[in-house]
Design a protein. Structure first.
Length: 439
């Protein structure tokens, strides 16, 4: 068997190839789907982050707009107190100050959700201080003193400074948010590109492996079909040879014995009756022996009556008697197997021994039958000249093809191992299937 068949020692069928194709391309689809899901997840995360940043920025923009309005109100109040101290509408100014205080208090509460909550609290305090100073000035009928005006300007400057700080922080926050969104988008692009590249590489690898397996599986199916065709042709030739042998055996042995018996029975001579009777008995015994030998060649009765263990023991003993080769048989099997399985294993052992007798020149042969983790293992080993495992065209190779086909039919495998320093080991491992009657 070629080296590229080693990963495919099991029987390959079109169903096997179809399952592998489905599995391979399913993995490709799953990988691409995972890449898409990760990309969608990251996109949603960026959108959520961007939405949160936009929402926060809108809140800050609204707060800044409102605080600028209130700052303008305080600036207008300060301008009136300084420019027109004698023509003041005190009630209107007090109303504006009250509204400014309330608005800034509300803005301070809303700003607790931002990172500058402390600054907003300081803004509220500074505006409240300005309002208190302005109310004190408005409550007096006397002209506003320079000291109060100075204090108002100082407090107003504090409010303006805090407003500028908030505006600057808003601008910085907006720049940082823009950088974060840009960074997340860039990270997403890199991650998506890497993930898609990885998935495409894995998908290509899976597709290549699938195509490779399918290609070699198809080649193995073709190889198996070629083997089956050769086995079929070999079997036809074997059947013709067997039929020819049986015809000669029946004609030359059984036919002649029966003809001699008939001649003895139809003889008109009466002087040598006992001698003819003894001769007939000998001829009938020879015919019976020939019939038994022919029946054993067709199908050993011991295999059907006593099982594979007894059949192999009988086969090995007969082989040793016929070839004068030293034989040894060992067995751990203590149950009957299914009839078809016993037949295939028996024929494999029979073919292996036939090849040993014809080609190996061995002096010792060992046959063993063992069970291991739900499998039956048949081993035939000799100390002969070995075998070129890559032989393909000889009759010996056809015998190996037949044995391998029988092993595959039993859902098993046949392996050949060279024995050091010389010899060959044939190992057949098949699933153990006990006969129903033996359970």
């Amino acid at each position: 068997m070629s080296a590229w068949f080693i990963p495919f020692s099991r029987r390959i069928t079109p169903r096997t190839v179809l399952l592998v194709l489905i599995l391979g391309f399913t993995m490709v689809v799953v990988l691409l789907g995972m890449a898409g899901l990760v990309a969608v997840r990251d996109t949603r995360a960026i959108r959520k982050s961007a939405a949160g940043l936009v929402k926060e920025q809108l809140l800050i923009a609204r707060l800044l707009h409102d605080v600028q309005v209130e700052e303008n109100t305080l600036t207008e109040v300060l301008h009136r107190l300084v420019r027109t101290p004698h023509a003041l509408d005190r009630a209107a100014l007090l109303h504006e100050l009250d509204e400014a205080d309330q608005t800034l208090a509300r803005l301070s509460v809303d700003a607790q959700r931002t990172t500058k909550a402390v600054v907003w609290k300081q803004m509220e305090s500074s505006a409240k201080a300005f309002s208190d100073q302005a109310r004190t000035a408005l409550d007096k009928d006397d002209p506003i003193s320079e000291e109060i005006i100075t204090a108002l300007f100082a407090t107003h400057d504090r409010v303006v400074s805090l407003t500028d700080e908030l505006l600057e922080d808003s601008a910085q926050h907006l720049a940082v948010a823009d950088q974060q969104i840009e960074k997340q988008s860039r990270d997403l692009a890199y991650e998506s590109a890497f993930l898609l590249s990885l998935c495409f590489a894995l998908a290509a690898l899976c597709a290549a492996a699938t195509v490779y397996f399918a290609r070699h599986s198809i080649r193995r199916i073709e190889w198996q079909n070629d083997e089956l065709n050769r086995v079929s042709w070999h079997m036809l030739q074997s059947q013709e040879t067997t039929a020819r042998r049986f015809a000669h055996e029946l004609h030359d042995e059984l036919g002649q014995s029966l003809a001699a018996v008939r001649a003895n029975l139809t003889s008109r001579s009466t002087g040598d009756t006992e001698e003819r009777r003894a001769d007939c008995v000998v001829l009938v015994d020879e015919a019976i022996a020939n019939v038994r030998e022919l029946s054993q060649l067709l199908r050993p009765v011991v295999l059907d009556d006593f099982g594979l263990d007894a059949g192999l023991r009988w086969l090995v003993e007969k082989f040793g008697q016929r070839t004068r080769i030293q034989t040894q048989y060992e067995s751990e099997l203590d149950v009957r197997l299914q009839s078809e399985l016993e037949t295939h294993l028996f024929r494999i052992a029979q073919e292996a021994l036939t090849n040993i007798a014809r080609h190996s020149g061995a002096t010792e042969v060992m046959v063993s039958l063992a069970t291991d983790h739900g499998k039956v293992r048949l081993i035939v080993q000799d100390d002969g000249c070995g075998l070129n495992i890559d032989m393909k065209e000889s009759s010996h190779s056809l015998g190996l093809i037949g044995m391998r086909a029988r092993a595959r039919e039993c859902e098993g495998v046949l392996e050949l191992e060279q024995v050091q320093p010389k010899g060959l080991r044939i190992i057949v491992s098949v699933p153990m299937k006990e006969a129903v009657d033996s359970l």
